[in-house]
Design a protein around this ligand. Structure first.
Ligand SMILES: *[C@@H]1O[C@H](CO)[C@@H](O)[C@H](O)[C@H]1NC(C)=O
Ligand SMILES: *[C@@H]1O[C@H](CO)[C@@H](O)[C@H](O)[C@H]1NC(C)=O
Ligand SMILES: *[C@@H]1O[C@H](CO)[C@@H](O)[C@H](O)[C@H]1NC(C)=O
Length: 284
């Protein structure tokens, strides 16, 4: 494989999540399958089904007592856990073309280029170079982690320890993977919207008019649906945990609902950005 301009995680001055890895490997293009995307109704259904695992993971994570020192140095320890997990996942094919899984710590899959042999007709997935993962990591470390304030833990340890660093970091890594997968389905959403309106999008792509593209992609009614579904799920999960006897402090239910609301607002925003970046690179 031939990697152009591959830049791995910057371990020095800048925060580790701030690096965006861009690679290009034109030779891959011809070997890739042409993946047609589902319609918007189907994609929304898929996104709705991804809500429960995310809220469930968040509920589990918020039920752990955690030392916030765990996230020192821009989440270095969490990044280390991710690196270990992602190297195994890479070997298992998790980041392959069309999987809609983008690693946080490894080089990104190379983008597609439109050629006469690979025309990427409207309605066909087209890999771009954008990853929303640096934004997701920043949001996670700066906004979500400070909301993890449980003083007690549901975890049971035979050594009677009250801190659960191993469990916490594993849940963090799992949640980040779920958030990333859900957001990057924005690339599929963008392709369906592009295919529905090629004549409108093409001149906007050529004139690099990201503002108008954003306006066309934004659907505030759909955003309100997503936020309402997330709020319902957060209430259902926290109620279920508390009624099943979880020894949560009374504020936990409200904390979870607040965190879920912030999280889904961020997911909508980063998904929109992923859609815009996808459309902007659609003709390359
Ligand atoms: C943990 O706590 C229980 C109950 O207080 C006690 O019986 C047990 O010996 C403790 N275990 C350790 C490893 O300290
Ligand atoms: C196509 O874009 C126009 C705006 O230029 C919009 O009114 C119309 O709803 C769009 N059609 C689809 C199918 O998205
Ligand atoms: C993602 O991060 C970039 C760089 O920090 C920033 O300009 C952009 O606004 C962020 N996007 C979202 C949706 O937070």
């Amino acid at each position: 494989m031939l990697w152009f301009g591959a830049s791995l995680l910057l371990l020095s001055a800048s925060p580790s999540w701030a690096s965006v890895v861009v690679t290009a490997d034109v030779s891959n293009n011809a070997r890739r399958p042409a993946f047609p995307v589902p319609d918007l109704t189907q994609i929304r259904d898929i996104l709705a089904h991804l809500e429960a695992p995310i809220i469930s993971g968040l509920t589990e994570r918020m039920g752990l007592a955690t030392s916030h020192d765990l996230y020192a140095n821009n989440g270095r320890r969490l990044i280390d856990v991710l690196t270990t997990r992602e190297n195994i996942a890479l070997k298992a094919g998790r980041f392959d073309y069309g999987k809609m899984e983008y690693p946080f710590t490894l080089p990104l899959i190379s983008p597609d280029f439109t050629t006469p042999l690979t025309p990427f007709n409207p309605g066909t997935f087209h890999q771009d170079t954008f990853s929303g993962n640096p934004n997701i990591t920043k949001f996670y470390l700066e906004t979500l982690v400070p909301m993890f304030t449980s003083a007690t833990s549901f975890y049971y340890h035979l050594d009677n320890s009250t801190l659960n660093d191993d469990a916490a970091l594993n849940l963090d890594a799992t949640l980040l993977g779920l958030l990333s997968h859900r957001s990057h389905i924005g690339k599929v959403v963008a392709e369906t919207k592009y295919a529905a309106n090629v004549t409108v999008f093409v001149p906007l792509i050529k004139s690099k008019d990201a503002g108008t593209i954003r306006t066309l992609l934004t659907n505030t009614a759909q955003e309100a649906n997503v936020l309402a579904q997330a709020a319902t799920a957060a209430t259902a999960f926290s109620t279920a945990w508390i009624t099943s006897g979880a020894s949560f402090p009374p504020a936990t239910g409200v904390n979870l609902q607040n965190a879920a609301a912030k999280l889904f607002r961020e997911l909508i925003d980063i998904t929109t950005q992923i859609e815009i970046e996808y459309i902007m690179q659609r003709l390359r």
